[in-house]
Design a protein around this ligand. Structure first.
Ligand code: HEC
Ligand SMILES: [Cu+2]
Length: 373
């Protein structure tokens, strides 16, 4: 065992502090992911439960620490007293004998003989057994029941939203991106989900492969995406903005780069977005489309009319998205080029092959992709 203040302990503490500080800074500029900075009644209810548990836990911890301090303090007092009466002499025939024992232990048998001490010991015993019953069983049971009831109430409250005027969106987890389908609007997109503000929303969560967990901290708690099952994730955002989240269930090598955005916008902006998404994909570059089809991209990606492939994100309206590759990099020409030529550099573990193209082919393909509005 290390001495508590050995250099290695000091070093780990010294390393840990900046690490914690850095962790606190893990924020994308302009985007806050905090669970406590809520924008829906659902997240707010969960936040309430969180703070209730934290405060209750802190109070209980302080009480327990206080109770622990009592015997420690008492034993200090006892030691101080015994140090004061360090030497105890007992007369015998051969003169005084020194006992090298603490006075407190010599007290023992005398105390039992003393009726006052007997009463005191009995009272002490009663206090102790009451402490065990109340502190060890009754109070913890009450605390657990309160937490159970409160979390059941919160769980029930966040499981439903108003059904009238509800917008339904299917969100399907893939390694390592999110497929998004609006059944009523017949829109298909990826990674960025656009929804109107002040409208009850229902996401039907499922997965195409392994278990993922959908989590947008400012909107709601985590919810698993389980093969063969649909989990319902409901919320109503009362504020516009872009809310970011990450897959919260380890699903493979690029799990940490499986980012989702929910863009909450005003109703008219949403309507305009829907109208844009419902238009057929237009290609501005016929040469680029040829490259796209020739390079085998359509085996995995659909662009209106080119294929029905769902292995990779639908690219019909790729240019309308702000981010690329599971929400990890901005949708720029440079990032598109890297994604096509060396996808593993952009996102290690991505199930998309590198494509070899001539410079002209690449430029044509990029024109084509950038034209997919
Ligand atoms: C074997 C299947 C496959 C092939 C072939 C393929 N891709 Fe992909 N592609 C994927 C997958 C899977 C993703 C999503 C990966 C991720 O984000 O984790 C992806 C992502 C993308 C994205 C990002 C989309 C977004 O919204 O984030 C673009 C753009 C793209 N591919 C273009 C192409 C082009 C152009 C080609 C042809 C040169 C191509 N892909 C060939 C599987 C493929
Ligand atoms: Cu995942």
């Amino acid at each position: 065992m290390n001495h508590p203040r050995s250099p290695s302990t000091l070093r780990s503490v010294a390393l840990l502090l900046p690490l914690l500080l850095v962790a606190a800074c893990g924020e994308v500029p302009g985007v806050r992911d905090s669970t406590t900075d809520t924008v829906t009644p659902q997240a707010e209810a969960i936040d309430g439960l969180f703070w209730f548990s934290v405060i209750l836990g802190t109070v209980i911890w302080l009480i327990v620490m206080g109770l622990l301090a009592v015997p420690i303090w008492r034993s200090w007092q006892r030691r101080k007293r015994s140090e004061a009466a360090e030497q105890v002499y007992a007369p015998t025939e051969r003169g005084p004998i020194r006992y090298d024992v603490p006075a407190s232990e010599v007290d023992g048998p005398i105390a039992v003989a003393d009726p006052d001490h007997i009463a005191e010991a009995e009272a002490d015993h009663r206090v102790r057994s009451r402490l065990i019953w109340w502190g060890g069983m009754i109070l913890p049971a009450i605390v657990l029941i309160v937490l159970l009831v409160y979390s059941a109430i919160v769980g029930n409250a966040v499981a439903h939203v108003e059904e009238d005027g509800q917008l339904e969106v299917d969100v399907i987890g893939h390694m390592f991106w999110w497929e998004v389908y609006y059944p009523d609007e017949d829109i298909i997109t990826a990674n960025e989900i656009v929804v109107p503000v002040n409208t009850p929303i229902r996401f039907n969560l499922t997965t195409e492969d392994v278990i993922h967990s959908f989590w947008i901290p400012r909107l709601h708690g985590k919810m698993d995406m389980i093969p063969g099952r649909t989990n319902i994730f409901t919320f109503e955002a009362n504020q516009t903005g872009s809310f970011r989240g990450n897959c919260a269930e380890f699903c493979g090598i690029a799990h940490a780069q499986m980012v989702a955005y929910v863009h909450v916008v005003e109703q008219d902006e949403y309507d305009a977005w829907v109208a844009g998404q419902q238009e057929p994909g237009q290609s501005v570059s016929a040469a680029g489309e040829e490259v796209f089809l020739g390079a085998g991209c359509a085996a995995c990606h659909a662009v209106d009319g080119t294929s029905v492939a769902r292995v990779g994100p639908d690219l019909t309206h790729l240019a309308s998205r702000q981010m690329l590759a599971g929400g990890i990099v901005p949708n720029t020409r440079d990032n598109l080029a890297t994604l096509i030529v060396e996808p593993q550099t952009l996102k290690p573990g991505i199930p998309m092959p590198a494509t070899r193209l001539t410079d002209t082919e690449l430029e044509d393909l990029l024109d084509y992709l950038e034209g997919l509005e």
